[in-house]
Design a binder for this molecule. Sequence first.
Ligand code: ATP
Ligand code: MG
Length: 329
Amino acid sequence: MPMMNHAPRQTTADCSILKLLEAQQGLRSVIDDVRRVLGVAVDVLIRGESGTGKELIARLLHEADPLRCGHSFVAVNCAALPESLLEADLFGYRRGAFTGATHDRAGLFEQAHRGTLFLDEIGELPPRLQPKLLRVLQERLVRPVGGSEEVAVDVRVVSATNRDLDVSMGHEGFRVDLYYRLADFVLDLPPLRQRRRDIPYLADHFLHLYRDLFDRRHIDTLGEGARAWLCSCDWRANNVRELSVVMKRAILLCDGPVLTAQHLWSAVSRGEGERVRQGPPDVDEHTRLEAALQQAGGNLSAAARQLGMKRSTLHDRIRRHRMHTAAQS
Ligand SMILES: Nc1ncnc2c1ncn2[C@@H]1O[C@H](COP(=O)(O)OP(=O)(O)OP(=O)(O)O)[C@@H](O)[C@H]1O
Ligand SMILES: [Mg+2]
């Protein structure tokens, strides 16, 4: 009997995550690969450093997939729970299975039926649960803890890891057969430092996001020095998440219309300055213009000469930065 789906349907073209990620050149091949598996019954393994967007891609795989998007996306972090709790969470349990099991409970596989189950940090899945997961993937049948009957599930499993499972196969106890079962298809997310050309787009995205979220509508733009500095950073500690947090803090520190490198540097030094280790940023253009004008006593021609630009260019830049200055010609 066909199952009715009353959930609202979304077409791939409506997917906001897809729109956000499609605009990023450095993710083009990843997005091309995502399209290859939409509507196809394969499990997907996503690999990438911390903060590269593995969970975002998992959500994209769900939301852009016409077969899955009207159903549940269920996420679980395999490193976050002790083995027995993770087992009960994943597979569910029957009343009386263990102390405290006062009623039957459906597991996450059942909750994700017809949708997507996202298994984050799959490399941390305890060895005892690995054969159990393998069996579910092979048979698409789940046996709850303490139960004798199996429940059929139709779930796409998307798993993620930030360590190299291939290398650890056989060494650190990740089963080879399970790896190949999870990795019907593999998506590798590049670290942000390998796709620096996307940093300006991401910086603008976060600028607008947090400006609106925190109601800081006085902020218009990102200064050129700020943009250049963001592009020069390695973002090794946490990739896109790290960029996002620095932008969030800088927005909160910015009182004027232009978010400058100084705001970013204050944002970083209040947090992980030690780890970013990029040194203080180049002075932002806004700051440079201000300093030159001040030195030239507000004389536009003299300030332009000092900055090595035409007077008309300086005039335009002043307008662009909305600088209130007593500049004279
Ligand atoms: N390409 C991107 N465009 C916009 N935002 C992104 C992008 N990649 C990641 N993000 C944002 O950065 C943050 C971290 O992303 P996500 O949680 O998907 O990373 P992750 O790889 O799962 O990290 P971890 O390994 O630490 O679990 C999220 O807020 C996410 O929305
Ligand atoms: Mg994650």
